[in-house]
Design a protein around this ligand. Structure first.
Ligand SMILES: [Zn+2]
Length: 335
């Protein structure tokens, strides 16, 4: 894969006990060092005008001033230092680069994956929250639309609901947002009946699973709901908000996706992009176990390099089946 990466993303210092630390990127880079076919690209900062297409200018300015004044606690767990502004613009720029270099003609092994931080999917139109300041995937989607895409789909497999991405595009028809997330976790949004409004009606798809959902449950959600819905939507670009905190050994969730499971999901996304004739770009979100994060990113890389991940042989759980049946009743589902 082509990994977007910039050292400045390490300068966003969240303090000694924060789960979203620079060590996350260091661990991923260390693990990728031993792999074949890894390329790194340093992208430009995201353009401020573009950022302000998805965030209110007043909010962006207050975030800039907050960092210029030395940073601090924006809220209980969203922390900035002076360098966070630069890191956030770099992180969004990497996501833009990924969207721009994706394309239906891009060979699987050249698929772009933006390894930036801070992450983005909780950042709403006019506020930072949940470790996120600028919504990287949203800025990337906007960039694709201002390039020559007519429609963009974002699939968010981070264990948390990407409330920010949903918020930004909730009433817009040019971006489809789909998420699989754990019920009971931060930020509490993403109910199954949140499906968009006005021009964005039916362009939001939320798979809210009970804690304990495993790889088979995630793949069923993709096969039965997410992939058919995105195929119907027919995007020109497919962006994956790739968090790795639904991993069975991640310290902050109770989901049970395996390392191979992330490979299987990546493989599904490869097929889906091909079926839609869409470009495919991955953008890092969460993932807080250093080993599970780096193993999972490495497995995703291997899949794009030709590796066939193992499929789980267990059945879909009853809890997951109930959610998928409810989605099917709403018109999301192929079963
Ligand atoms: Zn997360």
């Amino acid at each position: 894969m082509n990994f977007g990466y910039r050292e400045v993303c390490l300068d966003h210092d969240t303090g000694p006990r924060h789960p979203e630390s620079p060590d996350r990127l260091r661990a991923v880079r260390r693990a990728l060092k031993e792999r074949h076919g890894v390329e790194y690209v340093a992208a430009n900062d995201a353009d401020l005008d573009l950022v302000q297409e998805v965030h209110d200018a007043d909010y962006v300015e207050s975030f800039r001033e907050f960092c210029a004044d030395g940073g601090g606690n924006w809220d209980a767990d969203t922390v900035a230092v002076e360098a966070t502004w630069d890191a956030a613009l770099a992180s969004a720029g990497l996501a833009v680069w990924a969207a721009e270099m994706s394309g239906p003609g891009v060979a699987d092994r050249d698929t772009p994956f933006a390894l930036g931080r801070p992450p983005g999917h909780h950042a709403v139109t006019d506020d930072a929250m949940g470790f996120c300041f600028i919504n990287n995937a949203a800025v990337a989607a906007q960039a694709a639309l201002e390039d020559d895409a007519e429609r963009v789909a974002i699939f968010d497999w981070d264990v948390h609901h990407g409330n920010g991405t949903q918020d930004i595009f909730y009433d817009r028809g040019d971006v489809f947002y789909a998420s699989i997330h754990e019920d009971g976790l931060y930020p509490g949004t993403g109910a199954i009946d949140e499906t968009g409004e006005s021009d964005g009606s039916e362009t939001t798809l939320n798979v809210k699973y009970q804690p304990g959902a495993d790889t088979a449950d995630y793949l069923a959600a993709i096969d039965e709901a997410v992939a058919p819905a995105i195929e119907d939507y027919d995007p020109d670009v497919l962006i994956v908000s790739a968090g790795f905190d639904a991993h069975e050994h991640d310290p902050i969730s109770r989901m049970r996706v395996s390392t191979e499971g992330y490979g299987a999901m990546a493989s599904r996304m490869m097929d889906l992009a091909e079926d839609c004739g869409a470009g495919l770009a991955l953008v890092l979100e969460g993932g807080y176990g250093l080993d599970t994060l780096s193993d999972s990113v490495t497995t995703v890389h291997e899949v794009f390099d030709g590796y066939t991940p193992m499929e789980p042989d267990d059945d879909v759980s009853e809890d997951a089946r109930e959610v998928l049946d409810r989605l099917a009743a709403q018109g999301f589902g192929s079963k």
